[in-house]
Design a protein around this ligand. Structure first.
Ligand SMILES: [Ca+2]
Ligand SMILES: [Ca+2]
Ligand SMILES: [Ca+2]
Length: 266
């Protein structure tokens, strides 16, 4: 009887060690496809955006992306945003920062980033992913919500927002896809679910940013990652527009929105 118990214990230990090894191997299997860094303190949109004045926004930085990475983890495409200052002023998790990624997988698609971003996309997207706090949503090219089991893990202390999207056809395809990330503030309208990008006005208010315009032509995006200039014949050709030029290219009189360029995985 005693020997049986000991054998069983031994088997259990072996199983446990095996499971540990597997789980360690599993968590290490995420493959980094690409990553980009972004300057600190350029969360000023077209150059002079400011945060709303409510004390919840503190010293700002809630919409300052420091880095963005794309990983592949089994069938998941994973987006990792590092934000300068994730905050939890009401002990309900991060509700102030909102991130989006437009994913361009093929010809055609949605030429506008939705949810009040007020920006157009040079790489029209088949999917758009939006996340704030513990909520994430994916939309297709017709702005229909797609239930594909996307998840988000926000670490306020570490300043990271990690979004996982299981996409069946991801294997082999992702390296050709183009990605347009954008960061702003979230307005959940007090409802607690996933809201929209918070409006930026000409002058900041308690719950509205400043430095834009009052006619909703200006982007409600505080920070983007400016793609490197396109390579031609193996060398960098042309001069990349600065973030201020890109996000400041809206035109009130012509009703012209700004257009964001996509990031590519080399
Ligand atoms: Ca930044
Ligand atoms: Ca497309
Ligand atoms: Ca930037």
């Amino acid at each position: 009887m005693k020997r049986t118990t000991r054998t069983t214990m031994r088997w259990l230990m072996l199983l446990l060690v095996g499971a540990l090894v597997l789980s360690v191997a599993g968590s290490a299997s995420a493959e980094l496809l690409a990553s980009w860094t972004d300057p600190e303190g350029d969360d000023t949109g077209d150059g002079d955006y400011t945060y709303p004045t409510n004390e919840a926004f503190g010293d700002g930085g809630e919409a300052d992306v420091l880095s963005f990475a794309i990983e592949r983890d089994n069938g998941d495409l994973v987006f990792v945003f590092k934000i300068r200052n994730l905050v939890d002023p009401w002990d309900i998790g991060n509700r102030l920062t909102m991130v989006a990624v437009a994913i361009d997988t093929q010809e055609g698609g949605d030429g506008e980033l939705r949810r009040n971003a007020n920006v157009m996309l040079s790489a029209p997207s088949e999917y758009q992913v939006f996340a704030a706090g513990e909520t994430v949503e994916v939309m297709d090219a017709s702005s229909e919500k797609v239930d594909m089991g996307a998840t988000v893990v926000t670490d306020v202390e570490a300043g990271t927002i990690r979004i996982s999207i299981p996409i069946d056809e991801i294997d082999g395809a992702a390296s050709d896809w183009r990605f347009t990330p954008a960061v702003g503030l979230q307005d959940d309208y007090g409802a607690g679910g996933l809201g929209d990008f918070r409006d930026v006005k000409a002058r900041c208010e308690e719950w509205r940013g400043g430095g834009g315009d009052d006619l909703a032509i200006d982007p409600n995006i505080y920070d983007i990652i400016v793609p490197a200039p396109k390579k031609m014949f193996g060398i960098f050709g042309g001069k990349a527009r600065s973030q201020e030029e890109i996000l400041g290219a809206y035109d009130l009189e012509q009703g012209k929105y700004v257009t964001l360029d996509a990031l590519e995985i080399d």
